[in-house]
Design a protein around this ligand. Structure first.
Ligand code: KIV
Ligand code: ZN
Length: 522
């Protein structure tokens, strides 16, 4: 890159673990949050918003541990505009070498009405809470939630108060995804020109994707003078999600000729973290999603293939390897050894220890016996299976289907070391199988999501299945992959049940559910 100055540097603030994880159903386990934080740190994310410490004991522990482990990234926690939230946030983030308190309040007329505060009362509260945060931490971010629907004069007034009280970053959230690119650029530009002290802080943009404009709005905000983009991996987030990290980062890189700003992200780590976030959140990436969708680099039509063979730039504006997609790679087979497997996993971004490799190798051999060619996507599916202590394990199953839709499933499970068998009938093989599992292990868990994907082409393709269960406010997602879709379904259901049991044991009924719902964020 040429002619780059510090003022051209855009800070990447990732909120996958806070705004992304608060999306209903995207709940991650403690271990998963630590893993994602490590990947974000490793890929060069400047600031990780690791959670909302006062929301639950689980959030607090996750933010604290991420803070203790962070190597390069600044670790940030979210706090509402009150001293208890801010103190709890500081308790969690203070362990990081570089930390930040992010405090916010809804400033638009609609949001002001919720706590029933006058403009003056809210202004006082902002002054007090930002001052308090700044007395604890030298790096404070303040957000006027729903900024894009806040009256201009009031917005300028409260930003000035926050800057005077010591905020070092002012974030402008488009909470409901309402703005548009020209307005987004204009808003930031005018704020920087108008608000006294604006030159001494960094302006950030935080966009939601309700109208499909989050990426465009974020980039426009940068054109207007913002130097921090708030985003999530895969655009994870409530409703239509947040700005997708991979989209803004790759747009800045690919069109640097007209958007002369840069980030510190190692883009070759994008694909791996995208897959991990999809797996642990249970939110699969749509096939035609920009940058990380399965089809984003597939050029299947005859015309495109011909063009690609002549010159790949005909149809490719980015190279797959830029985001960590290995080019054409030969599939493994049943004669492939451990070294080849380790090698392949490394190119896919997995750093496995000897014991883990042993375990994966057994599963790989089992798959290779059933499937002639084991492709990269098959291995990625294998890697989604985790090794938690399982209370329930599938021993065997037998399913018969009839043309009338009724199916019979006999399932044998090992429940805490004891074998139990049940046979049930249902509307198709998956329904019968889930009923048989429930007969063996009665539970009140409500099935929120059941999703099947073929990993590769062909009738011997593996199916990956995601199952999301909810019980007393606790949510658990299970995944499995198998060449038999019904077996994968049973295993994914059992995986989700095991996770629910594990959480119940750790926290007691209902305790993992956030004491403060994200719906109460005012
Ligand atoms: O969308 C939003 O307004 C938020 C705030 C908490 C910054 O996520
Ligand atoms: Zn948000």
């Amino acid at each position: 890159m040429t002619n780059v100055t510090d003022q051209d540097r855009v800070v990447i603030f990732d909120t996958t673990l806070r705004d992304g994880e608060q999306s209903p159903g995207a709940t991650m386990t403690h271990a998963e949050k630590l893993e994602i934080a490590e990947l974000l740190d490793d890929m060069g994310v400047d600031i990780i918003e690791a959670g909302f410490p006062i929301a639950s004991e689980g959030d607090f522990k996750a933010v604290s541990e991420i803070a203790e482990r962070s190597k390069n990234s600044r670790i940030c926690g979210l706090a509402r505009a009150n001293f208890a939230d801010i103190d709890r946030c500081w308790e969690a983030v203070k362990h990081a070498e570089k930390n930040r308190i992010h405090t916010f309040i809804g400033t638009s007329p609609l949001h002001r009405a919720i706590p029933n505060l006058t403009q003056d009362e809210m202004a006082d509260k902002i002054h007090e809470t930002v001052t308090h945060a700044r007395n604890l931490c030298e790096n404070v971010q303040w957000s006027p939630m729903d900024a894009t629907r806040t009256e201009w004069d009031y917005l300028c007034r409260v930003i000035e108060i926050a800057i005077k009280a010591g905020a070092t970053t002012i974030n402008i959230p488009d909470t409901v995804g309402y703005t548009a690119p020209m307005e987004s650029a204009d808003l930031i530009r005018r704020l920087i020109e108008t608000v006294p002290g604006a030159d001494d802080v960094i302006f950030a943009t935080h966009c939601h994707n309700d109208l499909g404009m989050a990426t465009a709005n974020s980039l426009a905000a940068v054109a207007g003078g913002a130097r921090q983009i708030e985003c999530t991996i895969n655009g994870l987030g409530e409703r239509a999600g947040n700005t997708a990290l991979e989209e803004v980062v790759m747009a800045l890189r690919t069109r640097n000729d007209i958007m002369p700003w840069h980030t510190g992200i190692d883009t070759t780590k994008i694909m791996h973290i995208s897959r991990r976030v999809a797996t642990v959140s249970g939110f699969n990436v749509q096939f035609n999603k920009a940058i990380v969708g399965k089809n984003a680099f597939a050029h299947e039509s005859g015309i495109h293939q011909d063009g690609m063979l002549k010159n790949r730039e005909n149809f490719e504006i980015m190279r797959p390897e830029d985001i960590g997609l290995s080019g054409t790679s030969l599939p493994l087979g049943k004669h492939s050894g451990r070294a080849a497997l380790r090698d392949k996993l490394e190119t896919l971004g997995y750093d496995v220890g000897d014991n883990q490799l042993k375990d994966i190798f057994v599963r790989f051999k089992d798959l290779a016996d059933r499937k002639k060619e084991v492709f990269d996507d098959d291995l990625i599916a294998l890697m989604t299976l985790d090794e938690e202590d399982d209370h329930l394990q599938l021993v065997s199953m037998k399913v018969t289907c009839g043309t009338g839709g009724q199916a019979e499933s006999t399932v044998e499970l090992e429940v805490d070391g004891k074998d139990i068998i049940a046979t049930e009938h249902g509307d198709g093989p998956v329904d019968a199988t889930f009923k048989a599992i429930r007969a063996i292990y009665p539970n009140k868990a409500h099935l929120q999501l059941y999703q099947v994907h073929a990993v590769t082409a062909g009738t011997d393709a593996q199916a990956t299945v995601s199952v999301r269960l909810e019980e007393d406010g606790m949510i658990a997602t299970g995944q499995s992959a198998n060449t038999d879709t019904v077996v994968a379904s049973a295993k994914a259901y059992i995986h989700a049940l095991n996770r629910l049991i594990m959480r119940r044991e750790k926290t007691g009924p209902g305790a993992d559910a956030r004491e403060i719902s994200y719906k109460d964020l005012t």
